[in-house]
Design a protein around this ligand. Structure first.
Ligand code: ATP
Ligand code: MG
Ligand code: FE
Length: 342
């Protein structure tokens, strides 16, 4: 039976319906709808948690109705509910958890709280020819930069993590310091396409020593100094953006190759918002071609937050008989390695 997926961990309200079938196209994805709060937060230059919660309250149930209509389903057709239980903003998470729990209770179906990063990690499974474990996953989003060894659903070992800024955060902050409007990451990436190669050069942080951790905050400072000392013309901004993007992408590619070597894996999954970056996708695919590993990406819409990845992760776990009691509980901080296997 179809599972309803609800995502409200940050600033997008995502809802999807999925009837989990490992061999069906799209793993049985029936519908997905998304509402982004970007405009709401733009004036403040970042996500305002209280505004985010209130907007999820406004949008969630209309989106559930819209997804059901798209799939031609009624609430009574649902076999389970999956909602993001963490990590994320506590108020935003509580909106999805309360609505998901209430719906499940009213319908008499099981519900499960999904780990947001497991959702990101499994998103490439929604595409044709999905990756099978074991694989290495590069999770690069607004709040995380991680390399994870994936031996199966819920069997995760974190190989590397960020020591300061996440990759997406570095994109956003760097964009902001060069005067680009919020959210800067995608805008900076677009600008980088007009940048000239070699006009600027920034270091590849932490690639000169062994290990799989990341650190991007120093790179941001390098960009700030270069930008302040430049003529600050439009072309210079594009040149700096290009050099910054190259530094980030290069660093990520180097660490991915190291992680594959360390684990012996031949498959690399890329997920999270920065996974939408075109240079990153192209460079990793090219490295895979040279070195004999395969790369798996979600479609662009499933790199950033969405309900489909939550419906998928929840549906797989519900299919294995996993669910939780009726308490409305969220985990703003939640260790990925603590998840049970499925
Ligand atoms: P988390 O998943 O860690 O809780 P999040 O949900 O806010 O964080 P996502 O929605 O997965 O993050 O991704 C948003 C991030 O992706 C932002 O930081 C944004 O700048 C970045 N991003 C989106 N598109 C691109 C792109 N084309 N190039 C670089 N960065 C991008
Ligand atoms: Mg977001
Ligand atoms: Fe996310």
């Amino acid at each position: 039976k179809p599972v309803l997926g609800i995502e409200t961990s940050c600033d997008e309200t995502g809802v999807a319906l999925l009837r989990w079938q490992p061999d069906a196209p799209g793993r049985g994805l029936l519908a997905h709808v998304l509402y982004s709060q970007i405009k709401l937060h733009a004036d403040y230059g970042g996500v305002v948690p209280e505004l985010a919660s209130r907007d999820h309250v406004r949008k969630l149930l209309p989106l559930v109705r819209e997804a059901l209509a798209q799939a031609g389903l009624a609430p009574a057709d649902l076999g389970g509910v999956a909602y993001t239980a963490g990590p994320g903003l506590v108020g935003a998470l509580l909106v999805g958890a309360a609505a998901g729990r209430a719906l499940a209770w009213a319908l008499g179906v099981p519900a499960i709280g999904v780990h947001h990063m497991e959702g990101h990690l499994l998103a490439p499974l929604l595409e044709d020819d999905p990756p099978a474990p074991p694989f290495v996953a590069l999770l690069v989003s607004g709040g995380h930069s991680m390399l994870v060894e994936v031996k199966g659903i819920g069997r995760y070992r974190i190989l590397g993590d960020t020591l300061d800024d996440a990759a997406g955060e570095a994109f956003d902050k760097t964009a902001k310091l060069m005067g680009l409007p919020y959210p800067g990451g995608p805008a900076l990436a677009k600008l980088a396409e007009q940048g000239r190669p070699g006009a600027f050069h920034f270091s590849r942080p932490m690639t000169d020593r062994p290990g799989l951790d990341f650190s991007f905050s120093g790179l941001k400072t390098q960009v700030l100094l270069a930008w302040q000392q430049s003529d600050q013309s439009g072309q210079t901004r594009a040149d700096v953006a290009r050099a910054f993007e190259e530094a980030i992408v290069d660093t990520l590619v180097i660490k991915c190759r190291r992680a594959l070597e360390a684990t012996g894996a031949r498959r690399l999954v890329i997920a999270g918002g920065v996974g939408a970056n075109r240079r990153l996708r192209a460079e990793l695919a090219a490295a895979g071609g040279r070195e004999g590993f395969r790369t798996y990406f979600p479609r662009l819409a499933f790199c950033t937050d969405n309900g489909a990845m939550i419906a998928l992760a929840g549906a797989i776990r519900l299919a294995h008989g996993q669910h939780q009691d009726e308490r409305i509980q969220v985990f703003p901080r939640w260790d990925l390695e603590s998840l049970p296997a499925a």
